[in-house]
Design a protein around this ligand. Structure first.
Ligand code: V47
Ligand code: SF4
Length: 375
């Protein structure tokens, strides 16, 4: 929670309700769902931005975090058919997609031998033939080859399917993967928790309760995770608040989330291509409101391959304190949906320059936000 203070907020808005929210933020008090909604409906970008920046600087000063990671995407073959997904292929069309073998994946890891990467992020489609024990073996092999590498792997969607298929409970499944070398899980698959919207965009995969239950089990097993929200499609502001509220409640209970990552819906080459993308002003407003609402989440991340470098840089003035990692051109989920970055790769020097250009302090971190180097 953000520490309470008695600071009087400067007068910034002549709408008394908005001015009241500003005072709450300055007092370190939590805002509620109706206040969050009011921010979406009535506040200007400048208003939420300056408040979010106040919170961001109170929590992190000018520190802006990034890490050095690489991705492994085992397959894009998927048993599910999310309408926003430009990436997956059904099993029947699997020859149009890719399926990496154990050896292929270990070769990717070996490419980074003697390099300073601290994290591997493993995520992909839900392949009906890649099961819990296959992935446990993968984790064991990576762990044996590179014991110091943090393995952040498998969304709650992948885990739900693997555990059900292997007929193990969530707790048993989590234990098996932890013992095999899993360190944390990424935030994907959350999309929008509201049941009606979920039915329309990703009807057949794990629901909100299942997603939250898996993250709770990960936290109870002593691991951390991230949380995402896919926004800017057919959802309404109240669905965004409901989503953030459910995450905030679980975080109150477990404290296991590191970072909240809003993901902007991109409409390239998918079954929702007719849905227009939202504007940059909407993106920045959402980041700012997320910083204000998610008061128990230490970090808000802008995922630069999807937003683009310049917009990610801009987001640093709107509550964001993390811009993910160097990545090194190893993820395809956004480029296939028409994201800014078709071959996402940024060197450490480029990330450092991007952050310094807006007068923030670049801090290389590990997955759990321990400082590795301040630039
Ligand atoms: O769950 C898929 C999203 C997510 C589209 O935890 C799309 O550190 C926009 O979760 N437009 C997977 N988004 C990626 C993800 C992630 C990324 C980076 C870091 C972390 C982390 C997690 O990608 C999916 C879905 O929400 N996605 N298609 C699209 N057309
Ligand atoms: Fe499969 Fe994930 Fe694409 Fe949904 S978003 S179809 S679960 S790869």
């Amino acid at each position: 929670m953000i520490e309470a203070a008695t600071e009087k907020v400067p007068f910034i808005n002549n709408n008394p309700r908005l001015q009241g929210i500003a005072q709450k933020i300055y007092n370190g008090e939590r805002i509620d769902a109706s206040e969050g909604l009011l921010l979406f409906n009535e506040a200007s970008l400048g208003f939420v931005g300056s408040l979010a920046n106040h919170v961001r600087e109170k929590l992190h000063g000018n520190n802006t975090y990034f890490n050095r990671n690489f991705h492994i995407e085992p397959t894009n073959v998927c048993v599910f058919s999310c309408n926003f997904c430009a990436y997956s292929k059904l099993y029947a069309q699997r020859e149009e997609g890719w399926e990496l073998s154990m050896e292929d994946m270990l070769n990717i890891v070996k490419k980074y031998d003697n390099k300073p990467e601290t994290e591997v992020h493993i995520v992909g489609g839900v392949h009906p033939k890649m099961n819990l024990y296959f992935f446990a073996d993968l984790l064991k092999s990576i762990r044996a080859h590179r014991p110091d590498l943090h393995i952040k792997a498998f969304t709650a969607v992948e885990l739900d399917y693997m555990f059900r298929k292997a007929k193990v409970s969530i707790e048993e499944g989590v234990k098996i993967l932890k013992e095999a070398g899993l360190n944390s899980i990424p935030g994907g698959g959350a999309e929008i928790f509201d049941e009606e919207i979920r039915q329309q965009i990703c009807a057949d995969k794990v629901d909100a309760e299942g997603w939250l239950e898996i993250h709770e089990a990960i936290h109870n097993a002593g691991m951390h995770s991230n949380a995402t929200m896919l926004y800017g499609h057919i959802e309404k502001y109240e669905h965004r608040i409901d989503h953030m509220e459910r995450l905030r409640q679980l975080q109150d209970k477990t404290g296991g989330f590191n970072t909240f990552i809003p993901l902007k819906f991109r409409n390239g080459d998918n079954d929702m291509s007719h849905v227009p993308e939202v504007s940059l002003v909407e993106d920045l407003k959402l980041y700012a409101i997320a910083r204000l609402y998610m008061d128990n989440f230490p970090h808000i991340k802008a995922y630069w391959p999807m937003l683009g470098r310049k917009n990610a840089q801009l987001s640093l003035a709107f509550g964001v304190d993390d811009i993910d990692g160097t990545i090194d051109d190893t993820t395809k989920i956004y480029s296939m949906a028409g994201a800014e970055e078709q071959t996402p790769a940024m060197t450490t020097e480029e990330i450092v320059t991007l952050i310094k250009q807006v007068n923030r302090v670049p801090v290389e971190r590990d997955t759990l936000y321990n400082t590795i180097q301040v630039y």
